[in-house]
Design a protein around this ligand. Sequence first.
Ligand SMILES: [Zn+2]
Ligand SMILES: [Zn+2]
Length: 554
Amino acid sequence: MLPVKKEIVKHLNEIADMMEFNNENIFKVKAFRNGANSIRGYDGDIMVLIAEERLSDIKGIGKGIQPVILDFVASGNSKLHAELISGLPKGITELFSIKGIGPKKAAQLYHELQITDRSSLALAAENNLIAGLQGFGTKTEEKISEELQKITENEKFCLIDKGFRLLSELETKISGIKGVSKISYTGEARRINEIFSALEFVILAESAEYVQKESARFITESTLAESVIEGYYMALQVRIYVTSSGDQFYSTLFKTTGSPEFLSAISYAGQSSDSEEKIFKDLGFPYIAPENRESEFIESQWIKDYKLPELNLTDFKGHFHFHTSYSDGFNSVAEMVETAKQAGYDYSVVCDHSQSAFYAGGLTPAKIEKQLEEIERVRDSGSRVFQGIESDILADGSLDYPEEILKNFTLVVASIHSRLNLTEEEMTARIIKAIENPYTDILAHPSGRILLKRDPYPVNLFKVIDACAANDVALEINANPKRLDTDWRYLFYAREKGVKFAINADAHSADQIAFVNFGIMTARKAGITAGEVINCYSFDQFRQFASRKVSRRL
Ligand SMILES: [Zn+2]
Ligand SMILES: [Zn+2]
């Protein structure tokens, strides 16, 4: 039931967007936006309030919004939302989220240029019709073209969470086809790539023609050539390698799993066998787990003493770096801690945003006090939970609070969220300065990348890793599938330097705590073991870690 809050917030904001597009009364629009913010910031269980008909207890949830929420919770949609959307040109809402547009500008584009969707927007930009509109200009027009291009390009790719969801849907459908007796996904998914460009399977089946014919019900534009079916599923490329014997199945699986660079590095020349183990043996290697079949692995020290990856969620005890409704999270401290407990964690350290992250409701000194009281209440009810902070690294590399405040946190996660336009030298120096701060425990999402959306800012990660090693600061593997930052390709180097790691879901809602699994999958690619991960420390070990440089309240 927990994610419901997030969905209500989204629903109310969508209504506000559509009203804004329709140029409705600004106070009405604001009421919905404020309502969304109030719901987001509400600490209690929203379903209990609904059951007790006490929604109006939340400030900002007036008579106009209540029925919309009730309608949405009961049916998954609201009448108001449905009415608004049916009155809009189809495709216009996809413009609302394009960087630099939003509902207001979308309305202007619609009224002045009859732009109703992405393709008409692209056409107008191509013909330089947008630059002349009031409030746009040539620069904005160029930016819009770039954004559109990025969106179209990125539709060919997907992130790992969606990728696995689609793979599992497809696997069920393909397995259901008569004559398919064995199936495995392969390629980027089996190697645990952070981005998928295709959904690939190897199957053992009686007839490739029959599989193609049957799969055409869910795979579009499919073709069959040399026993490979190609087509699309949800705009993503699909490839199915159809084999007709066990030998062929395993050698195809082998061939399609390793990256081309890996296969050439191990001198694979098409050897065939009835198991992957035997193929490795013939090549003079131990069995190498699918996620390690990358050239980076071959080049790393780890190959000398290879052991299969063993890191598991059951090793995790400390839940760090997550957000609550005190900043931009969706759930209360108690809800987050309870969900973490259910996932097997033994202790939690809340790390909400710091004061400079005002756009994310960062914690002012007064809010820190208030949150601490709540954390203590949750602790008194029997949960091991402490107060930390995700402190912004300011432009000059200092942390976001004076020492009198910093010293009260149990754990400090340092990270960059703004001023991304520095040179590589400046950015590297800025981050290293934060790492050298004795209060810093974890460097979070060190490259700032948002996969398929924003490139990493320029930074020398090797130097950053050296600084983490020298200052005993843990390097984060941010497990949010949009980030997966630190990039796994740097983890081999970090391991060689003896750096400690923190694998954090950076959860902004209770359901996102499960993101940690993507971080674990990423860490396994570099062979990281529980002993290297501070989240796997027992509470006593954690206590020692937290106080290794400065004394901490624990
Ligand atoms: Zn962050
Ligand atoms: Zn965060």
